[in-house]
Design a protein around this ligand. Structure first.
Ligand code: GDP
Length: 300
């Protein structure tokens, strides 16, 4: 595996601006604070996370904890870590829940289908049995993509014709997974965002039919967002979280974007566990989120 900092090169360069401006500063003054603020906003941390960090820096300065410029960078690092550390919570598969149901939600193009394949690969490698539900019935390509993946990896995929009802597909899949004693069911859902009302109804229906079979399902409702969309990823997280209670987030495509700072924006606003980050195309590139490693990769 490449070290994470290599994959996060562009986001790292974006935050790396802090080094030069702090390096140039001869004292900690309002001008420096404002430059730091601009850098954090440019790195896609968003207003809320940036404000929190800047407020805490000002407090540190007022209390005399940050004397000179050399103390600023460690303070920013500490604040970034404090902000995102509460979102480090690995997705534990409870073996008592059989199948453990992971409901995947997110808009088209964010990497949802690919992430399902990578997750399935991870669990197969751990010796668990996996089944997939092709619930993104709106897009024939998504169903085909999952089926092809399933065939290549010997994983059963429950699907119906295109245009079928997502909830019906997932109900069938859960029924079948339960009778076969499958460990983990990963269910895909439609990735279109008509209107907020429509999304809510559809996801509520999926949950309702699942709960006829297992009152506690889904055991994980995971949103997938694309880091490259920056503040849009935050907006999607907000919108989905209103439609269905999210229990986890996966942020994809952190390789090749300078907008990795959006994880802090999501953490600050939503406080939802960030389960995985996607940093490339292969299965090994879906990595469990580790706050310390992440912050260090962005700001060494
Ligand atoms: P979906 O529409 O959300 O199901 O998106 P797909 O799973 O089809 O993925 C869209 C594209 O994003 C594909 O070309 C994937 O290979 C690519 N992709 C997904 N995750 C990552 C990632 O972490 N890094 C990179 N570089 N590409 C990714």
């Amino acid at each position: 595996q490449d070290p994470l900092e290599q994959r996060l090169e562009r986001s790292r360069a974006s935050l790396g601006e802090l080094f030069s401006l702090i390096g140039r500063a001869s004292k900690v003054d309002e001008e420096l604070i404002e430059e730091i603020e601009t850098t954090l906003l440019t790195a896609d941390l968003g207003v809320a996370a940036t404000t929190r960090i800047i407020d805490r820096l000002r407090e540190g300065i007022a209390q005399g904890l940050i004397g000179g410029p050399e103390a600023v960078l460690p303070a920013v690092q500490a604040e970034l870590y404090d902000l995102i550390e509460p979102c480090e919570e690995f997705l534990a598969i409870d073996p008592e829940r059989k199948p453990f149901v992971i409901l995947m939600v997110g808009v088209n193009g964010v990497g949802k289908t690919t992430t399902i394949g990578k997750l399935a690969r991870r669990y197969l490698d751990e010796g668990k049995s996996v089944m997939l539900a092709a619930g993104d019935t709106f897009r024939a390509a998504a169903v085909e993509q999952l089926k092809a993946w399933g065939e290549r990896h010997g994983v059963p995929v429950v699907a119906q014709g295109s245009g079928a009802d997502t909830a019906a597909v997932i109900y069938d899949a859960l029924h079948s997974a339960k009778s076969r004693g499958v460990d983990i069911l990963i269910a895909d859902t439609a990735g279109r965002l008509h209107t907020q009302g429509h999304l809510m109804q559809e996801l509520a229906k999926v949950r309702r039919v699942m709960q006829k079979i297992d009152p506690e399902a889904p055991h994980e409702t995971m949103l997938v967002v694309d880091a490259g969309t920056g503040q849009n990823a935050l907006a999607q997280a907000r919108q989905f979280n209103e439609a269905v209670p999210l229990t986890g987030i996966t942020v994809t495509k952190l390789d090749g974007t300078a907008r990795g700072g959006v994880l802090f924006a999501i953490a600050e606003e939503l406080r939802i566990p960030i389960r995985f980050i996607g940093v490339g195309e292969s299965a090994a590139d879906l990595r469990p989120f580790d706050a310390g490693t992440f912050v260090h990769a962005l700001l060494p």
